[in-house]
Design a protein around this ligand. Structure first.
Ligand code: AMP
Length: 227
């Protein structure tokens, strides 16, 4: 990340959205990044882009993602390090789906420490029973990436995005058998990060079960607080 001016304007921080798959991180990150004009860095979206372009990284990640497992740390880290070193990250950014393991969090801490930036972690707290419903119901616009849920937030016309009319598609890893593995991977590898960041005093809990507009308001309040 560039050394100078990181905290000067905009979001001014490295913001991490932490929570299990289906917690609403992507939906919220997209909106909040737009409202701040800050980059929304979703490692899942980056991998899906590599998969669809058939890059060497995409070819390695595809089978792992389809099983609902985590991509190895070294692959994730080099991709993220390159992304956050770009100019548009100078005034802060939102990380969605990264870090997901302790080694990823430790490496991020080193990178941010070099530019004297403390991360702010927004932890989306959700009831585990709700996650399956949210994930099996999720549909994403193939054009603009808008996220819907066929049960709780359906589009006006089934299968079509309200914003741009794009086709709504289901992610291959949102099938029930893969979801179970993704939730297990979260418990095993990612949930220890809650204590890791809480212990550092940089984590704020947000009720991810509230209505999406309420969650957005709560996250914006957290971001507006001085640390
Ligand atoms: P997501 O869209 O965040 O649910 O990510 C989709 C999939 O991409 C995950 O199930 C993993 O296989 C992979 N992935 C995304 N981010 C990471 C990460 N930080 N570490 C390891 N694997 C990741």
């Amino acid at each position: 990340m560039p050394e100078a001016g990181v905290a000067a304007k905009g979001l001014g921080r490295a913001v991490i959205f932490l929570g299990p798959p289906g917690a609403g991180k992507g939906t919220q990150a997209k909106q909040i990044a737009e409202s701040y004009g800050a980059p929304h860095i979703s490692t899942g979206d980056m991998f899906r882009d590599h998969v669809s372009r058939g890059t060497p990284l995409g070819l390695r990640a595809k089978a792992i993602m389809e099983r609902g497992e985590l991509v190895p740390d070294d692959l994730v880290l080099s991709m993220v390090e390159e992304r956050i070193s770009r100019e548009d990250c100078r005034h802060g950014f939102i990380l969605d789906g990264f870090p997901r393991t302790l080694p990823q969090a430790q490496r991020l801490e080193e990178i941010l420490g070099r530019c004297k930036v403390q991360p702010l972690v927004v932890h989306f707290v959700v009831d585990a029973n709700q996650l399956m419903r949210r994930l099996t119901g999720r549909r994403t616009c193939a054009i603009g990436g808008e996220i819907y849920n066929i049960y709780d937030h359906p589009p006006k016309v089934p299968g079509r995005c309200d914003r741009d009319g794009g086709n709504l598609v289901q992610r291959p890893d949102d099938r029930e058998e893969v979801i179970a593995e993704r939730l297990a991977a979260y418990q095993r590898q990612t949930s220890p990060l809650v204590d890791y960041y809480r212990g550092r005093g940089v984590l704020r809990d947000v009720d991810g079960m509230a209505a999406p507009a309420t969650v957005t308001k709560d996250v914006l309040e957290v971001l507006a607080q001085k640390q």
